[in-house]
Design a protein. Structure first.
Length: 410
């Protein structure tokens, strides 16, 4: 089904495809959702002071919200296979808007902030998996890597926008202003997404209980599980490195503005690298590009101690660690999509949901590992440990298949 639909488009041109508008709108929604997530970080000190909410409590709230998003990956994928991609995508955006607006009400206190941010986590969980399933419906193998890469690149772009938006709005007004602007933008995104055509042509005929039961079978599929572990470990390395950077530079007496600056090249590389990696993988296969991206991350982490950790070296070298974020996730997502389309195109959503659930080890382990490394090791040793973890991710990727034969012939 998906391959026949994709055949209408030119095999090497995503932007000349009749489905490019859908890709553009969904990429914009990904950018927005991630920008909303990241925009709150510059405002955290203001939130803590205004609501008398300690920093540890805010950290737990953000972590639990992300955990909710991860756990909902599988149900969202099953719903997308059973009822179509559009309902969970629009519902997820709408819930995200409700949660953010609720958290930013003028009389908002700790309770409303907690409830609102958890609702935002539910919205993100419903939105993400079905969104990354849409390219499977609309694009051929020769286009799919780039299409998913464009979507995943929206994560990096959204992070940069979120940092800037949150910093400017929180400096020029109140932290509620940050959330209200985010909420209004999410309402607009919900309306625009609701106008998109449904991408799924053949819905899963099973009842929901049977569909959920079948979903657990994906956890025995090597590509689904192993690629999820690769992405999870790679992402954990990137998150842990991001956790280490401000602590390492603060020890060198770098100012807050300089520390903020070094995160921008990281996200730019993550965003652009994702699109480029996806386009290359469409031509030479996914596995070699995935391993190549992780190898560059390992090289960057190993070079930092050798070059000496400084603002300049981190800004230049640490940027390449961004390849542990978008490209690793988009490549493994595309590999799962390729394989499942060859097995049963009606179950892509549930397979990607299971894959994203396994990937969820990354954002959970990353901060934990980063915190332990800061406490236990010196600046140089921290980055050596992460480089070794990157080598582990490369080893895990070796048994993965490169190019499914059935996908190529499609």
């Amino acid at each position: 089904m998906a391959e026949r639909t994709a055949g209408e488009a030119r095999p090497d041109s995503v932007w000349q495809s009749p489905h490019r508008n859908t890709l553009i709108v969904l990429t914009g929604c990904v950018v927005l959702v991630w920008a909303v997530m990241m925009s709150v970080f510059p405002a955290l000190p203001h939130i803590a002071a205004a609501l008398r909410f300690d920093s540890a409590g805010l950290g737990v709230l953000l972590a639990v919200s992300s955990l909710v998003m991860t756990v909902l990956s599988v149900p969202a994928g099953v719903l997308a296979d059973r009822y179509g991609r559009k309902p969970p995508i629009t519902a997820g955006l709408a819930l995200s808007a409700v949660g953010i607006i609720l958290a930013g009400l003028p009389w908002s206190g700790p309770a409303l902030l907690i409830i609102g941010w958890l609702i935002f986590g539910v919205g993100r969980g419903l939105f993400m998996s079905p969104t990354f399933t849409v390219p499977a419906d609309l694009f051929s193998f020769q286009q799919r890597g780039k299409a998913i890469g464009v979507l995943a690149g929206g994560i990096g772009a959204g992070s940069v926008i979120g940092y800037v938006l949150g910093g400017v709005l929180s400096a020029g007004g109140s932290w509620q202003l940050v959330l209200w602007v985010d909420g209004v933008l999410l309402v607009i995104a919900t309306v625009v997404a609701a106008m998109l055509p449904e991408s799924l042509q053949e819905k899963l005929p099973n009842t929901l209980p049977k569909a959920f039961a079948q979903t657990f079978g994906w956890f025995t599929n090597k590509t689904v599980v192993l690629s999820g572990l690769v992405a999870g470990v790679a992402f954990a390395v990137g998150v842990a490195a991001t956790f280490l950077v401000p602590f390492s530079l603060t020890a060198l007496n770098a100012s807050a503005w300089l520390i903020a600056f070094v995160f921008i090249p990281y996200e730019v590389v993550a965003s652009i690298g994702t699109t480029v990696a996806g386009a290359i993988s469409d031509k030479i296969g996914r596995k070699s590009v995935l391993i190549g991206c992780i190898a560059l991350v390992v090289l960057a982490l190993a070079l930092l101690p050798l070059a000496g950790v400084s603002v300049v070296s981190v800004a230049i070298i640490y940027a390449f660690v961004g390849l542990a974020e978008g490209p690793a996730i988009s490549m493994t997502t595309t590999m799962v999509t390729d394989e499942v389309l060859a097995l049963d195109p009606r179950r892509v959503g549930s397979a990607l949901g299971a894959n994203r659930l396994v990937q969820g080890v990354g954002p959970i382990l990353g901060p934990l590992v980063g915190g332990l490394l800061v406490q236990q090791l010196g600046i140089d040793a921290r980055f050596w440990v992460l480089a070794a973890a990157g080598v582990l991710a490369m080893q895990l990727a070796l048994p993965l298949r490169g190019v499914p034969a059935k996908a190529v012939s499609g």
